[in-house]
Design a protein around this ligand. Structure first.
Ligand code: GRF
Length: 215
């Protein structure tokens, strides 16, 4: 991949990661051009953030689609119009169809709020606290059909403090996501991080584990 990557960001909610990506791309720190933002829900703040940055924003309404296959067909159509080189899932709360995931294999990223492979799925903060973990964090990974199982590029790790609640932990991890997601995207956009043979290669070296950033 070379030149500025046509990037589409998929969102479902607040869009704070989208904002971090838009901010970094505006400064020229990311070799991408965000050509569209697609939400699966109407009226979410992420859509306002896209509009505020002058990025075309549209909704492929999951509820209105009525079924997963109709939603997938509509989403695939919207993506075909936007011709992305790179798909960035930023708080996108749908499990994508396998065919679509495979179409963008090596070109689709996600951020997940845990130190994968720990705590795939939902409610990761609560589960980490309940499990008595001493640390928690976030992972940026390439997307494969299995949920939250794709090879990790970079992780952000925070120590869990005695006074931490779900909300305080979320705030600290989220702040870290805003640091590591633009960094991972920059690596992918520059061709420095690639998915090959089921693993992440960074600067030609196969990563045994994701790059770790500490709070
Ligand atoms: C993030 O914590 C991300 O890890 C998870 O959903 C959240 C989205 O936050 N997948 P935002 O919409 O980017 O603010």
């Amino acid at each position: 991949m070379s030149g500025r990557l046509r990037t589409v960001v998929l969102v479902s909610g607040d869009g704070s990661n989208l904002q971090a990506i838009l901010d970094h791309s505006r400064t020229g720190a990311l070799n991408i051009s965000v050509v569209g933002v697609i939400s699966d829900r109407r009226g979410v703040r992420a859509l306002d953030r896209a509009a505020g940055a002058g990025v075309p924003a549209l909704t492929v309404d999951h509820a209105a689609a009525g079924s997963r296959s109709v939603f997938t067909t509509r989403l695939a159509g919207a993506l075909a119009d936007l011709r992305p080189d790179l798909l960035v899932l930023a708080g996108f709360m749908r499990i994508l169809d396998t065919g679509l995931v495979n179409q963008y294999r090596g070109r689709m990223l996600n951020v997940h709020p845990s130190l994968l492979p720990k705590f795939p799925g939902l409610h990761t903060y609560r589960r980490a606290l309940e499990a008595g973990e001493t640390e928690h964090g976030a992972t940026v990974h390439f997307v494969i059909p299995e949920l939250d199982a794709g090879p990790g590029i970079i992780q952000y790790c925070v120590p869990i403090r005695a006074e931490d609640t779900e909300s305080s932990l979320q705030d600290r991890v989220r702040a870290g996501e805003h640091r590591i997601y633009p960094r991972a995207i920059a690596w992918v956009a520059a061709g420095r991080a690639v998915l090959k043979d089921g693993a992440v290669w960074l600067d030609g070296v196969r990563l045994a584990e994701p790059v770790m950033v500490n709070e």
